[in-house]
Design a protein around this ligand. Sequence first.
Ligand code: VAH
Length: 312
Amino acid sequence: RIVMIGANGQIGSELASALRHKFGAENVITSDIREPSTLKKDEIFEIINVLDKSALKSLFEKYKPTQVYLLAAMLSATAEKYPQKAWDLNINGLLNVLDLALELDIKKIFWPSSIAVFGPHSPKQNTDQYCVMDPVSIYGVSKLAGERLCEYYHHKYDLDIRSIRYPGIISWKTAPGGGTTDYAIDIFIEALKYRRYTCFLSAHTALPMLYMDDAVRGTIELMDAPAGQISIRSSYNLGGVSFTPAQIAEEIKKILPNFEMSYVDYDPRQAIADSWPASIDDAYANKDWGWEPKFDLASITEDMIANLKTNV
Ligand code: VAH
């Protein structure tokens, strides 16, 4: 049985449906700080604040999960507005789950990290699993510290915690919450509504991105892998596709020829994006558990436009 914390978010909402499909809705307990916008009759949901350790303990004692997915976090752009809250949620939320997992013998945990753990002195291209990591965003600082906690709890207590450094994730089902890579989602919504988009990142800002279908599949593949195959207990680099706002705009124009792209003069998220890698080397994920992305920029663009046209 699985308990997911932060199930209303961009990743949580789609990962929850994939897990319900795989294990049955009765075996997936979703939770978040407030009610979800939609809940089907066979779906189980509980209100929880991951910072309330005693409430979290009661939730785990009620459902006795064998796996916990902790997706609750404050993302990069919002975190820069509330750095102390971001650190508290991202780190103390993780510590509560780690300590309760030890106390209640929860077998397996998933916790997301991010390419935000890299910084201005990390290699820019094909950033490797091990390299200098000097994150400049409080989000990146909290994710780097979180990775060190995960590795520590694994080596000290043999906790089976697994993690992925997600690139920017592109999806259409759930609006993203305050990320620096959200332009790659907003651009599709506005292209379909207005045939134009004013991008908050500059035209040649290359960033590593991943389509949600790939992110969900990769996460489940990691969690399904035998523990003996997992050689990374901080967090796995995961690459998908790297592109710039100019490149995604060109791809959209192939389907919406009169789409027009423009760029703001300044946005605080540019400094965050400039500190991140342009592309990621995910050789360890490929070697340890067979990771391969399936979506490239063309298929992401086609899938996003096709789905947003019919569903939004
Ligand atoms: C963010 N979407 O922008 C998240 C992610 C790599 C980016 O961590 O903060």
